[in-house]
Ligand binder design. Structure first.
Ligand SMILES: O=P(O)(O)OP(=O)(O)OP(=O)(O)OC[C@H]1O[C@@H](n2cnc3c(O)ncnc32)[C@H](O)[C@@H]1O
Ligand SMILES: [Mg+2]
Length: 194
């Protein structure tokens, strides 16, 4: 049986990756935009609370099971920033280019460039689901000052994987999905759905 679900995100990069990750698993996946679901508020200080807020919002407005992703890049020398503020690190309107420039500037005076991507996924069967399924993933790397690569989205051209010497934007889509915070979290979530 295929499960129909709504993806509670308006981020084109995430939607593309979820499409690739979920395609082989027999889900009928719809982006919330198809149902004219507006962006949810994300006022919380934790990833898990924001992901739950997004999932509930989409489930409430569509009547469908919903999957939400709250994610970001956490930089150790910056005390975990941008963290939950990753999408709007440089303010409104959201801009990957300005976010990346601010991140590089903020880190310029620091020797420690280590960082990690973090992703929490929340799946709710309906808006009042008392037992949401929750999974997380983490991916370590470091921030570099000059962008490399064309793939991925967001901070990927500046996120270096020391083991391969490549940035995430230099990986092909399959490699990113195999290694990423989002891929790890989704595989863990799917185990819980079984
Ligand atoms: O809330 P939705 O609609 O899902 O879209 P969003 O872009 O606002 O998503 P978040 O609130 O979860 O913010 C996550 C930000 O973290 C960054 N990010 C998350 N995953 C990433 C990845 O795989 N590669 C690069 N940047 C990523 C990117 O800047 C995202 O905008
Ligand atoms: Mg968001």
């Amino acid at each position: 049986m295929t499960t129909k679900l709504v993806l509670a995100s308006n981020n084109a990069g995430k939607l593309k990756e979820f499409g690739q990750l979920l395609a082989p698993l027999g889900f009928e996946v719809h982006a919330q935009r198809e149902f004219n679901v507006p962006e949810a508020e994300e006022p919380h200080p934790t990833f898990v609370e924001n992901a739950l807020a997004k999932a509930r919002h989409a489930a409430r407005l569509t009547g469908l099971p919903a999957l939400a992703d709250d994610s970001g890049v956490c930089v150790n020398a910056l005390g975990g920033a941008p963290g939950v503020h990753s999408a709007r690190y440089a303010g409104e309107p959201k801009s990957d280019e300005r976010n990346n420039r601010k991140l590089v500037d903020d880190l310029a005076a620091h020797g420690d460039k280590s960082a990690y991507y973090y992703c929490v996924l929340v799946f709710v069967r309906h808006a009042e689901d008392p037992q949401p399924l929750i999974a997380e993933g983490r991916w370590d790397g470091e921030i570099i000052a000059e962008p490399r690569g064309e793939g991925g989205f967001g901070y990927d051209p500046y996120f270096l994987l020391p083991a391969s010497g490549k940035t995430v934007a230099e990986l092909d889509a399959d490699e990113k999905n195999r290694l990423s915070h989002r891929g790890q979290a989704l595989r863990a979530l799917v185990e819980k759905l079984k």
